[in-house]
Design a protein around this ligand. Structure first.
Ligand SMILES: *[C@@H]1O[C@H](CO)[C@@H](O)[C@H](O)[C@H]1NC(C)=O
Length: 172
């Protein structure tokens, strides 16, 4: 009887602490996202990743950089597919391929290293350049008098990179 009461009490406290911790994490995530240009996007990225639950600010930044990487993978796949379906756009798509390869092979690893080494300034530069790269891809269609088939993806990349950049700025 006594034992089970103690057990219940113990479990109740444990449950409550877990609950409070979870609420604290949620508040931390929400407050962090309030400092970014896209609150809803930021929240959806962070809440979709279970690692955000006990992450500090650096950890949250790394999760959003990971989302930048996912956008890059998706966009490169789309560029590859479009070269086949829209061969008349091949030259411009190849320029965009270069741009997205720079994001994937230079900017993202640079930012991850910078965050892991506690050097957020370089991380901010990596994400700032990522937004410029996605705009470069978008603009190259206009320069060739073509309609961009990547407008949404370029915009998504820009938005996610700007969220990452804003979180990294909080570390400076
Ligand atoms: C914050 O999180 C990062 C990455 O998850 C970790 O490497 C670092 O040690 C943490 N910093 C502190 C002060 O806990």
């Amino acid at each position: 009887m006594n034992l089970s009461r103690v057990t219940i009490l113990f479990l109740a406290i444990l449950f409550q602490e877990t609950l409070f911790l979870a609420m604290g994490d949620r508040e931390f995530i929400e407050n962090t996202c309030k400092g970014t240009p896209s609150y809803n996007l930021c929240l959806s990225i962070l809440l979709a990743n279970p690692k955000s639950q006990d992450a500090n600010l650096t950890g949250l930044a790394l999760i959003v950089v990971d989302a930048v990487k996912n956008e890059g993978v998706k966009t490169l796949q789309q560029i590859h597919a479009l070269k086949k379906s829209l061969p008349e756009l091949t030259a411009t798509l190849m320029q965009c391929g270069d741009v997205y390869n720079t994001i994937m092979h230079v900017n993202v690893p640079l930012t991850i290293n910078a965050l892991n080494l506690g050097n957020p300034k370089f991380g901010e530069d990596g994400m700032a350049d990522t937004t410029i790269e996605s705009q470069t891809c978008e603009r190259s269609f206009k320069e060739h008098g073509q309609t961009s088939p990547l407008t949404n993806m370029n915009k998504d990349m820009e938005d996610v990179a700007n969220v990452a950049r804003a979180i990294i700025r909080m570390l400076l």
